[in-house]
Design a protein around this ligand. Structure first.
Ligand SMILES: Cc1cc2nc3c(=O)[nH]c(=O)nc-3n(C[C@H](O)[C@H](O)[C@H](O)COP(=O)(O)O)c2cc1C
Length: 359
């Protein structure tokens, strides 16, 4: 089974072709510091070929949701060191997912400061989970050019901090409607300067950040997660291929370790221009190793690897509920069921108490 065979990622050999997809679990403290429970959570899942951390805030400004972890001060870095050491001691490889939420946040959890975004356009038709319950989205503050340049630098610093914390590399979270995805979108980015108004300009921010990350920590340690056909969080593009193909081609010029592509998870009936299979459409033009995600099980994951475009499959909810997922695939074992109520926030219940298979 290809899923259980070794794969080379950058300069590292992964013990199998299964990644744990990045998953926010909202179990850090209010200072963005992860606890020993988080050490246990990742260690339990170290049999994945590659662990992708939950999204980690790169700066105070980046924060959008309560109890999400950060990586911009020494206390936060030191707490992550325990996670990476334990994962490495158990034979795992772990990348940090770098997060700036942009307009997907709320001032109640940002010291009263409005979220920031490429343009002053709030998300409509959805609400945000805050420490004070569900709230309508606010109109974000449009970023100045100087602020954009600072955010690019913040990503570079966060990547250096991730390496100091012992991570093997970093993944830019450019999917699911967060700040980089906002820059890539015609509905969220109405700028008329060099960061908006054309395909090239909308791609500029992501490419500047990726250059910065590679400059900060070097070749073969940087990946990116993209969701070209996910329109959640009011992210729309009239022609995703026109926007994302040039981006993938520009990323081909950088010494990255992978691109991580999410297939659309939502119905595309009202989006006739959206490619049905993002992994195929965009992965086929990438020179980098492709990680495929969203909705895969053992059989469909194996079939995807057989197609030859993706070399790794990222599993989200299956890994959340099954810490020993590779072993369960190997033995054709039953799966634990996902408990939706404990996905975000809380303690060990639904976090570190999903059972392993008995020996
Ligand atoms: C509880 C939960 C939290 C998530 N948090 C993140 C996140 O922090 N970063 C991210 O890129 N995707 C996040 N996702 C999306 C997953 O990485 C993945 O794309 C999604 O679950 C689809 O994969 P699956 O069908 O294997 O679950 C999250 C998903 C879940 C279930």
């Amino acid at each position: 089974m290809k899923l259980l065979e070794k794969v080379t990622l950058g300069k590292q050999t992964l013990k199998n072709a299964m990644a744990m997809a990045p998953m926010t679990r909202s179990r850090a403290n209010s200072a963005g510091v992860v606890s020993d429970l988080t050490v246990l959570y990742y260690t339990q899942r170290a049999s994945a070929g590659l662990l992708l951390s939950e999204a980690i805030n790169i700066s105070e400004q980046a924060l959008g949701s309560p109890l999400t972890p950060s990586l911009y001060n020494q206390e936060q870095i030191d707490a992550w060191k325990k996670v990476t050491k334990s994962v490495h001691d158990n034979g795992g490889v772990i990348y940090a997912q770098l997060w700036h939420t942009g307009r997907v946040g709320h001032s109640v959890d940002r010291d009263g400061k409005l979220p920031v975004a490429p343009s002053a356009i709030g998300i409509k038709g959805q609400q945000h989970f805050t420490s004070q319950g569900m709230k309508d989205y606010e109109t974000p503050q449009e970023l100045t050019i100087l602020e954009i340049k600072q955010i690019v630098k913040d990503y570079g610093q966060a990547a250096k901090n991730a390496i100091e914390a012992g991570f093997d590399g970093v993944e830019l979270h450019a999917a699911f409607g967060y700040l980089p995805n906002q820059f890539l979108s015609e509905s969220a980015n109405l700028r008329t300067d060099e960061y908006g108004g054309s395909v090239e300009n909308r791609n500029r921010f992501v490419l500047e950040v990726m250059h910065e990350l590679v400059t900060a920590i070097g070749s073969d340690k940087v990946g990116i997660k993209l969701s070209p056909t996910v329109y959640y969080n009011n992210i729309e593009n009239s022609d995703p291929e026109a926007q994302f193909k040039p981006l993938i081609e520009a990323l081909n010029e950088l010494p990255l370790s992978y691109i991580h592509l999410m297939n659309g998870m939502l119905p595309l009936d009202n989006h006739p221009n959206y490619p049905k299979n993002a992994v195929e459409t965009f992965g086929s033009i990438s020179k980098h190793l492709v990680i495929a995600n969203a909705g895969f099980n053992k059989e469909t994951g194996e079939a995807e690897l057989e197609k030859g475009i993706a070399k790794i499959i990222a599993y989200g909810s299956l890994f959340l509920a099954n810490p020993d997922l590779p072993r369960r695939f190997e033995l054709n074992a039953e799966f634990n069921q996902l408990d939706h109520a404990t996905m975000y926030g809380g303690g060990e219940h639904g976090y570190t108490d999903y059972p392993h298979l008995k020996d």
